[in-house]
Design a protein around this ligand. Structure first.
Ligand code: HEM
Length: 161
């Protein structure tokens, strides 16, 4: 076992962490949608937030092991725009994934939590259901975009076009 195998080992652990999220996210989200009881919906929101905590750790493992892969393979920053443009594109997709995960996802989670709080009170806002449907739609787009970006990253890594 050499350094490259060790680094790829950790990289694949990071890939596993990201895929755990990609599968668990829609499963918990579907629980959230099917549940009629507001308190159960609040519980599912908390679960989503908990599994979301895996993403910064997964991202850290991927970035550190990815940089180690680059050092071992002697890939320089300049190569990202030339010989290894596939890796440049992969990094771009990864950065979009990170930015979306840090901005859109917490925003939707916060707004849904606030809305559910209002809905659990005695006089919920009249348009609460429509607001929830629209936030659910945003969440669906977010989950689909995550899948598309990760599949694009995998294809770029496998085919190195
Ligand atoms: C969601 C994010 C990522 C996924 C799904 C992913 C996936 C993979 C996979 C499946 C491999 C192939 C392992 C093998 O050959 O056995 C790989 C290799 C590699 N990854 Fe990533 N990776 C991600 C992020 C990153 C990042 C952020 C970097 C750089 C900082 C990076 C740099 C590399 C390099 C340099 C290789 C070796 C390529 C080669 O064998 O020529 N990856 N990645």
């Amino acid at each position: 076992m050499d350094w490259f195998h060790i680094s790829i080992f950790f990289h694949l652990v990071g890939v596993g962490m990201i895929f755990t999220l990609l599968f668990a996210g829609p499963i918990v989200e579907s629980n959230f949608r099917w549940e009629n009881d507001i308190r159960m919906k609040q519980h599912a929101t908390k679960m989503l937030r908990s599994i979301g905590l895996l993403s910064p750790f997964g991202a850290l493992v991927l970035v550190l092991s990815g940089i180690a892969n680059m050092v071992i393979l002697k890939i320089t920053f300049g190569d990202l725009f030339g010989n290894d443009a596939w890796l440049g594109l992969k990094l771009l997709a990864f950065i979009i994934l990170l930015v979306m995960g840090m901005s859109i996802s917490p925003k939707i989670a916060k707004q849904r939590a606030m809305l559910l709080d209002q809905m659990s009170q005695q006089n919920p806002p009249e348009d609460a259901d429509e607001k929830l449907t629209s936030l659910n739609g945003e969440q669906t787009l977010f989950l689909v975009a995550n899948w598309i970006l990760v599949i694009a990253i995998l294809l770029l890594t496998l085919f190195k076009p």
